[in-house]
Design a binder for this molecule. Sequence first.
Ligand code: TTP
Ligand code: MG
Length: 361
Amino acid sequence: MSENPGATSPRIILHADMDCFYAAVEMHDHPEIAGKPVIVGADPQGGSGRGVVSTCSYEARAFGVRSAMPISQAYRLCPDAVYLRPDMARYAVASGEIMGIFRGTGYRVQQVSIDEAFLDISPVGSFDAARDLAAQLKQEIRARAGINCSLGVAPTKIVAKIASDFHKPDSLTVVEPNDVPAFLAPMPVRKIPGIGGKTGALLEDLGIKTIDDLASCNIQRLIGAFGRSAALLHEAALGHDESEVVERDGVKSISKETTFACDTDDADEIAATIEWLVREVTQSLADEGLHFKTVTVRVRYEGFVSKTKSKSLLHHHNDEATLRSSAGELLRSLCEGQKIRRLGLRVSGLWKQDAGQQTLF
Ligand code: TTP
Ligand code: MG
C-alpha cells in the first residue's frame, strides 16, 4: 500500500498541522468561546502572572499574541481574551483521534508532534488524486474532531511542511514537482524547517535572504560559513529532500544520514561527521527514552555504490560513548580509501524503559 508506484514517479507527501491546536480543542469543547480571542497558557493573574502562552486562537493573534510570549505581555496586548490553563490529557485524546484518521487511510504515517504528521500518499498516483484525498481528510477532521487544519502536498517532506504553513489557517496547498522552484524561490530562508535564529541570522548577514538566494549561492561560499551543514542547506533550498516518512509507532530503528558537500576521503571531515551523527542519534534515543542493541553504519561511495555493516552488542545501551566506539569501529572497516558521498548511522533492536522502571545499566 505504501510503496512508490514506480521508480520514476515523484513521491507524494502530505504534511498536516492543526490550526491553533490547544485553543481549537478548547473552542470545540466550549462553543461559547468559539470565535473569541482565546489564550491557552499560564495564569495571567491580572497582568502580573509568570510563564508563557502555549498557543492562542487566530482572533488573539490579531492582537499580536503568539506562542511562547510571556503571559504578562499577552495580557497587555489583549486583556479581554479568554485565558485557559492547558489540559494536556484532553489534547492527547484529540491528537490520538486525528492520528487515527490518518492511520485509517492505510498510508504510512509519521507523527512528528502532538498536532502534526507526514503521510506518504504516493500510491494515490497523481497530485490531483492527492488533492482530493487531502480535502477529504480536512473534512473528516472537521467532522470527527471538530477542528480545522492546514495541509501541504508536495514531492518532499520539507516542501510539504512549508506548503502546509503557506496559507494557514484552514488551508490546502498543493505544490506539484514542476512548481517547487517557483514556490520556494521568493520565501525567506527561515521558512526552511531547521533554519532557526542562528543559521537564519548568519545567512542574512551573508546577504542570503530568500530561498532563491540560497539556491543560487556558490556552494564553496556556503561551506566557508557552515562547514558540513552547507550541502544540506543548499539541497533544501533546491527543494531536494530524500528523507522518508517513517512510522514512529513501535519505532524499529532510529537513523540519521548526511551527504558531504563534496565526496571526501578526509579522515578529519569523516570523523567530525560521524561524531555529529552519533550526537543526533543519541539525542533522538533520549527524546524517545530508547536503548539500542544494534548499530549499523552505511556508506555510499562516489559512484553511488553503498555498503553497510552492523554490530550487535551484548546488552542494550543508550549512551553516546558506546555508540561512538561501535560506529567508529564499523566505519573503519568500511573505509577502504574510496571517497565517500553519504554517511548514515542507524540503531535498532530498540528497547523502551517503562515509566518508573530502574535503568538496567
Ligand atoms: P503549533 O502547531 O506550532 O501551533 P498551533 O497549532 O497552536 O498553531 P498553528 O499551527 O495554527 O500556527 O503547536 C502545536 C501545539 O503545541 C500548540 O497548540 C500548543 C503547543 N505549543 C506550546 O505549548 N508552546 C509553543 O511554543 C508552541 C509553538 C506550541
Ligand atoms: Mg499547529
